[in-house]
Design a protein around this ligand. Structure first.
Ligand code: CTP
Length: 426
């Protein structure tokens, strides 16, 4: 989606470069709109290089690429550029999915609140119907001033979103509230603001596990499995796209995890157990896509085990079943108990075994996965699954794991909808 990133004249303007990159990492296209004073803090060329688009620095000159041409044509006749500049802010206003301003100064907040449109950014604010998200940054006394507070209230009442400024050292030498929020926080808020308005996952806390676990035999050897983490990563990315606050607990994977609100890296089933139990507190949905080891060496060696002539016997002990534990804890929890989703990786009797697991572990949904197929399951980009709930079963045909993730989350949303309709049963 196309995002207009407004950059105004504050010392935090340099952080907007990182915000821009973060938005791009989420697959968004960014057009930078800089106020005149922002261009004194960061060069428009920086944004032009990153966004690979002309940066809009003036209402009359649509971009620095064209500035020279514009200026030349200004000498001849200013009118063509004036009219094209006018049209451009309307075209951009219509084309963007979000107007994000970071940092947003007290001056621009005041103009937005009062409908003053004296440059491209302030005109864009009035012209667009896209959601607006502001990351204010200013001196703490300015932020606390009644005039600024009133303007912020006016904007909030109009539906404008904010990324709260943080506390810390301010450029003016003071310590207090007013520092621009950190770029990852701004990017997360932007991604949430872009979520489909009707998604029930918007603002919910979702915990997803992904990847294998490694159970150490000694300092150089371990027992692992073929899980790549792809399915869990696709679920985490899709949940985030729908506006959820995502905690991703990831085992050791070669693939880089997608952006999430929190990423907890673990190695063993025991570490995953601790991370999930901690993260499940306050979660609305827990999806265990990880291939957790069922057994771990009972007595891992502290030194490398040397070979001997005879066979080697390794004693393995059971790991805690994380999902079953969450399932068991449910009756004790109040209505806030999370929706539990498990995966059943099977090679035979797929559906009956998955159904049995769902009941045994006390889950809401189980995703049955026939891992004997070459095009599904471990370490491939596609999957074919059956999502089994209490009263329904949905076949999800062979497709990319990203699309399978969307189908699974559709089922989760249906459950959330049903819970909202019948709170007494939740
Ligand atoms: N799981 C878990 N903790 C474990 C093992 C598995 O939470 N120690 C979760 C997995 O993440 C998955 C689901 O349980 O979502 C099913 O895992 P699977 O290994 O297929 O189930 P098991 O109950 O171990 O079944 P089996 O007897 O077939 O090994």
């Amino acid at each position: 989606m196309l995002i207009a990133l407004g950059v105004t004249g504050g010392i935090g303007a340099y952080k907007a470069v990182e915000v821009c990159r973060g938005l791009q990492k989420h697959g968004h296209d960014v057009v930078a709109v800089m106020t005149r004073s922002a261009a004194r803090f960061v060069g428009p060329v920086t944004f032009e290089a990153i966004t690979r688009r002309p940066v809009i620095t003036s209402q009359w000159k649509p971009g620095i690429n064209t500035r020279l041409r514009a200026e030349r044509s200004d000498e001849a006749s200013t009118e063509p550029w004036r009219s094209r500049g006018d049209i451009e802010h309307i075209a951009i206003a219509d084309g963007i999915a979000l107007l994000l301003v970071a940092p947003c100064t007290a001056n621009v907040i005041g103009k937005f609140a009062n409908g003053i449109a004296d440059d491209f950014l302030t005109s864009l604010y009035l012209a667009t119907r896209a959601p607006v998200l502001l990351a204010p940054a200013m001196n703490s006394n300015m932020l606390a001033h009644e005039a600024v507070q009133r303007n912020l209230q006016v904007l909030a009442a109009r539906g404008v979103g904010f990324v709260e400024p943080g506390e810390g050292y301010l450029a003016c030498g003071w310590i207090g509230k007013g520092r621009l929020a950190e770029p990852p926080e701004i990017v997360s808020a932007a991604v949430r603001a872009l979520a489909p308005a009707d998604s029930l996952l918007r603002g919910r806390r979702v915990l997803v596990t992904a990847g294998p676990t490694y159970e150490d035999i000694d300092p150089v050897r371990y027992i692992g499995n073929r899980s790549s983490g792809r399915m869990g990563f696709a679920l985490a990315a899709e949940a985030r796209r729908r506006g959820a606050r995502v905690t991703l607990v990831a085992g050791p994977t070669r693939l880089a995890p997608p952006a999430a609100d929190e990423i907890v890296r673990v190695r063993s089933a025991a570490e995953m157990h601790a991370a999930v139990l901690g993260g499940a507190e306050g979660a609305d949905v827990v999806i265990m896509a990880a291939a957790v080891a069922d057994y771990t060496p009972a007595d891992p060696a502290s030194h490398k085990v040397s070979k001997q002539d005879g066979p080697l016997t390794l004693t393995l002990e059971r790991t805690p079943d994380i999902l079953a534990e969450l399932g068991r804890a449910r009756p004790r929890r109040a209505s806030g108990s999370p929706i539990l989703v498990g995966f059943a990786a099977e090679t035979a009797d797929v559906i009956p075994r998955a159904r049995e697991k769902r009941t045994r572990k006390g889950l809401d949904l189980i995703v049955a996965n026939d891992v004997s197929r070459a095009d599904a399951g471990f370490d491939v980009g596609t999957n074919v699954v059956t999502v089994i709930g209490d009263e329904r079963q949905r076949e999800v045909p062979l497709q990319s794991k990203e699309r399978v993730a969307a189908a699974i989350l559709d089922e989760v949303e249906d459950l959330l909808r049903a819970r909202a309709a019948a709170p007494a049963r939740a």
